[in-house]
Design a protein around this ligand. Structure first.
Ligand code: ATP
Length: 132
C-alpha cells in the first residue's frame, strides 16, 4: 500500500477525490504529514493549505473543518475548500482589505474575532494561488 485515496468535501459538495502518496496539512495541534498506513485519526483543521503529493500534486485552501485518517484513506471535511484554479484572487484581496479595515476599527470582541478569521481565510487563499 503506497498510495492514499484523498477526498476533500464541503457542505457545497466534493472538491477533489484522487490518489496521492502523501498529505501535508495543518491541524489545530500542528503540522501533519500523512503517509499510507497511518494510524486512524480525527483532528480539527486550521485555516491552511492542504498539500497532496505524488505524480500529480495538488493543493487546496481549506477554511477549517476536520481531517479523518484511515490507513488507506484521508477525508477532509472542510467548511470551504478551493483548488488554486477556483480561487478568485481579486475577491480574496478585497476580503483581505475589508478584514484589515474592520480590525482597525474600534469594535467589540466578537466582530474583531470574525474579522481575524476572515483575514486568515483571505490570506490563505492568496497564498495558495501565489505559491508555486
Ligand atoms: P468573502 O468575504 O469573499 O465571501 P469568505 O472568507 O467570507 O470570503 P467563505 O464564507 O469562507 O468566504 O466562503 C463562502 C463560499 O465562497 C465558499 O463556497 C467558498 O469556497 C467561496 N469563496 C470564498 N472566497 C472565495 C474566493 N476568493 N474565490 C473563490 N471562492 C471563494
Amino acid at each position: 500500500m503506497n498510495t492514499l485515496t484523498v477526498s476533500v468535501v464541503t457542505p457545497d459538495g466534493p472538491v477533489l477525490e484522487d490518489t496521492f502518496e502523501m498529505v501535508s496539512c495543518k491541524a489545530e495541534s500542528g503540522e501533519l504529514g500523512i503517509l499510507p498506513g497511518h494510524i486512524p485519526l480525527v483532528a480539527p483543521l486550521s485555516i491552511s493549505s492542504v498539500r497532496l503529493k505524488g505524480p500529480n500534486p495538488q493543493r487546496s485552501a481549506v477554511s477549517g473543518g476536520f481531517l479523518e485518517v484511515r490507513p488507506d484513506k484521508v477525508t477532509i471535511l472542510a467548511q470551504s475548500a478551493e483548488l488554486p484554479d477556483e480561487i478568485d484572487l481579486e475577491r480574496a484581496r478585497a476580503a483581505k482589505e475589508r478584514a484589515e479595515r474592520r480590525l482597525q476599527a474600534k469594535q467589540d470582541e466578537i466582530d474583531f474575532r470574525r474579522a481575524e478569521y476572515a483575514l486568515k481565510r483571505a490570506l490563505n487563499r492568496i497564498e495558495v494561488v501565489e505559491e508555486k
